[in-house]
Design a protein around this ligand. Structure first.
Ligand code: FEO
Length: 398
């Protein structure tokens, strides 16, 4: 049947039947600058199985793609690897339209789907025969929701990894090796920093367990972005690198400013870092947002945050970013707080307190100027940058 949305075959028995969201830019607060995809997969075996669905609003696209392979009513099973609505939003509609014999999820997934949609689904067994191949399931709790699991179709060696190894990257190509390596690395590391980072210990445990599962891996098929058909070692190594969070000889200075006083301190601090030979990036919160900040923070061994005081509080844009970063639990950083104030002066103190809450080491006390920083204060900021960059170099060269 001729169709305006087509399925794409990824292996002998498996088809991609997902949706491409070219327009989304705000994914629950994450700036998806290149859009995203919601990947769903159709396994054509004796028991025809749909793995995951798509976000609400993309149901027709998924069904049209499915219809190019098989009449949707012939689907026997639906497996929900992850109940977050970007993958389950179309599940109630799919169940109504397809009327599958069974719908499966993890034990937590079953509870979550019940809570969201009032639907009852079965808890997956450890392994499910589809006829010529088996689907096996491994719970990956908190990667990145309590319900998350991954599925493996042994006949074709396809690992359906849900959010893990994904990228928010819309495109007309299905395979990761069809994208520029720099774009892929940027989107994969950004995704990890903003979605997965808080659960890095669990990622390392999963990476350690995967070889023992002896999966005859042919394809890694995440629920977002392109799929991997080769270089799996590189994919796992990238995730291990992100998860280990070893300090990198790179610095970031994140600042908010009202009348350029904090900005002047930020620039002086950054030049001090630069004088020590450490690459440094300045991020002005007036023109940037939290997911871009976290992406750079994750890669930086030295992280400095500066903001003015406003109405006895740290400037709100900085409070937002610090709250966001705290939840993502970055490790192995040297931190520094600074700011400016007119009278009461809580801003830099509150930043320093938040860095302490995050267990980010602060070898130097915060700097705070009254109104505009003096030349002496700017020199002090410069020296702080140079000194902390020197410590970072020592830490990263051991
Ligand atoms: Fe892509 Fe956690 O959902």
């Amino acid at each position: 049947m001729k169709s305006f949305y087509n399925a794409e075959k990824i292996s002998d028995n498996v088809w991609w039947v997902g949706a491409v969201d070219w327009s989304v830019r705000n994914f629950h607060g994450y700036l998806t600058e290149r859009g995203t995809t919601y990947n769903a997969f159709l396994v054509i075996d004796e028991k025809v199985t749909l793995i995951d669905t798509v976000k609400t609003g993309f149901f027709d696209e998924m069904m049209e793609r499915i219809s190019t392979v098989i009449e949707p009513e012939k689907i026997d099973y639906i497996v929900s690897n992850h109940a977050e609505p970007d993958h389950s939003g179309s599940l109630p509609q799919a169940i109504n339209a397809i009327k599958p014999e069974k719908v499966f999820a993890s034990a937590m997934g079953a509870k979550t789907l019940k809570a969201y949609y009032g639907i009852d689904v079965e808890v997956v067994p450890a392994s499910l025969s589809l006829g010529t191949g088996n689907l096996s399931f491994v719970e990956t709790k908190m990667l990145h929701w309590p319900d998350s699991m991954i599925s493996f179709y042994d006949r074709d060696g396809v690992l359906f990894s849900q959010d893990a190894f994904g990228q928010h990257l819309a495109g007309s190509k299905l395979w990761a090796d069809e994208y520029q390596a720099e774009i892929l690395e940027h989107e994969m590391s950004k995704y990890y920093a903003n979605i997965i980072n808080a659960q890095s210990a669990k990622v390392l445990a999963l990476l350690d367990a995967l070889p023992g599962l002896n999966l005859p891996l042919q394809i890694i098929a995440p629920d977002h972005g392109p799929l991997f058909r080769k270089d799996f070692g590189d994919v796992f190594a990238a995730y291990r690198r992100y998860a280990e969070q070893k300090p990198q000889a790179q610095a970031v200075v994140v600042f908010a400013t009202m009348w350029h006083a904090t900005e002047a301190l930020a620039r002086a601090f950054a030049d001090g870092v630069r004088s020590s030979g450490v690459p440094v990036e300045l991020i002005d919160l007036a023109v940037s947002e939290r997911s871009a900040v976290m992406t750079v923070v994750a890669k930086s061994g030295l992280v400095a945050f500066g903001a003015p005081t406003m109405n006895n509080q740290v400037f709100p844009a900085m409070a937002d970013v610090l709250t966001y970063i705290k939840g993502l639990k970055p490790l192995n950083k040297i931190g520094f707080a600074f700011g400016s104030c007119g009278w009461s002066g809580e801003g830099a103190k509150q930043i320093a307190a938040e860095l302490e809450n995050m267990k980010i080491e602060q070898p130097l006390a915060f700097i705070q100027s009254k109104y505009m920083p003096t030349r002496e204060e700017l020199l002090k900021a410069f020296d702080a940058g140079a000194s902390l960059a020197g410590m970072l170099v020592k830490n990263t060269s051991c």
